[in-house]
Design a protein around this ligand. Structure first.
Ligand SMILES: CC(C)(COP(=O)(O)OP(=O)(O)OC[C@H]1O[C@@H](n2cnc3c(N)ncnc32)[C@H](O)[C@@H]1OP(=O)(O)O)[C@@H](O)C(=O)NCCC(=O)NCCS
Length: 267
C-alpha cells in the first residue's frame, strides 16, 4: 500500500473534516460513547480554520491519490500540540496514523519545539498503543466534564472576560505552573472572546471560580485532571457529569504542573 504524506491545504478541509467526523463517530459508537462532534459540519469548520491558519501545520495522507486522513501541529506555543489526527475507518490499522504522526514530529523537530503534547481518547486502545510506541508518556488522567452552567460565585474572586492587558499576568501564572507560556493560544482565545480570568491569590478555588462562572461548557465539555480529587468531587457534587475518560500524553519537555490546572484540547 503506497501511502503518500503531503502538506494540507484549505481545499482539503471538506474531505478531511468528513473523515474526522466518521473516524471519531465510528470509534466512539464502537465503545458506547456519544460522538465528539454532533455533525460533520463541526469538524469541517474546525479544519477549515486550522488549514487557513499559518500557526497550524496540517498534513494529509493519500493512498492512490485519495485523501484518507489528516493530522495537525498547533505551533502557537512553546510546547506544540498534536491533533486532531484521524484516518478513514476503511483503512485504519494499516500504518497511515503512524506516518501522519511521524510527519508532525519531523516538523516539530525541524522547528526546535522543546516538546509535544496531545489529548488521547482514554477508551481507545489503538491510539494509546501507537502514541506510547512513538515515545509519548502518560501524564494525566482526565475526565471530560459536561453539564449545565453552575452559576456559582466564589467569595472574593472576580471572574471577567480576559483582555489584551491581562496577557503578561496570565503568562506569568502559566510559567509558574508549567514552566512555559501559552501566549499564542491565549491571544487567540481573547480575540474570540472565549478567555476568562479570575482575580485572586489562591489556587484550587481559582479554578473553581472559573468553572463556577462559565456561561456554558461548549463542545464536548472541559477537561479535568482527576488526580485533583477535591476539584473533581466539587464538580460532581454540583451536578456535572463525566462524559468520557481522556489522557494527557507528552513527548519531550514536560514539567509537572505546580498547582491546579485544566488542560486545553484545541481552540
Ligand atoms: C488513532 C488513529 C489515528 C491511528 O491511525 P491508524 O492508521 O489506525 O494506526 P496505525 O496503523 O498507524 O498504528 C496503530 C499501531 O498501534 C498498534 N496497535 C493497535 N491496537 C493495539 C493494541 N490494542 N495494543 C497494542 N498495539 C496496538 C498497531 O499494531 C500499530 O503499531 P505499529 O505502528 O507499531 O505497527 C486512527 O485509528 C483513527 O483515526 N481513530 C479514530 C479517531 C481517533 O481516535 N483519533 C485519535 C484521537 S486520540
Amino acid at each position: 500500500m503506497d501511502i503518500r504524506i503531503r502538506e494540507g491545504r484549505p481545499a482539503d478541509a471538506e474531505i478531511c473534516g468528513r473523515i474526522c467526523y466518521d473516524a471519531f463517530k465510528t470509534i466512539s459508537e464502537a465503545h458506547g460513547f456519544a460522538p465528539d462532534f454532533l455533525a460533520a459540519e463541526v469538524p469541517i469548520s474546525l479544519l477549515t480554520s486550522m488549514l487557513a491558519n499559518p500557526k497550524f501545520y496540517g498534513v494529509v495522507a493519500e493512498i492512490d491519490g485519495r485523501v484518507v486522513g489528516s493530522n495537525f501541529l498547533d505551533e502557537r506555543n512553546p510546547i506544540a500540540g498534536v491533533g486532531p489526527i484521524t484516518v478513514d475507518p476503511a483503512v485504519q490499522n494499516r500504518a497511515v496514523g503512524r506516518r501522519l504522526m511521524d510527519a508532525v514530529h519531523d516538523r516539530a523537530a525541524a522547528n526546535n519545539f522543546a516538546g509535544v503534547r496531545l489529548i488521547q481518547a482514554g477508551f481507545h486502545t489503538r491510539s494509546l498503543a501507537l502514541y506510547a510506541k512513538l515515545g509519548y508518556d502518560v501524564r494525566e488522567h482526565l475526565a471530560c466534564m459536561q453539564g449545565n452552567a453552575l452559576n456559582i460565585a466564589i467569595e472574593g474572586h472576580i471572574v471577567r472576560p480576559a483582555a489584551e492587558a491581562d496577557v503578561d499576568a496570565c503568562n506569568r501564572v502559566c510559567r509558574q505552573m508549567h514552566g512555559h507560556e501559552r501566549d499564542g493560544e491565549l491571544r487567540d482565545a481573547i480575540a474570540r472572546g472565549t478567555a476568562t480570568v479570575v482575580e485572586h491569590d489562591g489556587r484550587v478555588t481559582d479554578v473553581k471560580a472559573l468553572i463556577g462562572a462559565a456561561k456554558e461548557f461548549a463542545g464536548p465539555g472541559f477537561l479535568l485532571p482527576t488526580r485533583n480529587g477535591e476539584l473533581f468531587r466539587w464538580c460532581l457534587r454540583n451536578g456535572l457529569r463525566v462524559t468520557q475518560p481522556m489522557t494527557l500524553m507528552s513527548k519531550g519537555l514536560y514539567n509537572e504542573p505546580a498547582g491546579a490546572f485544566l488542560p486545553s484540547i484545541l481552540y
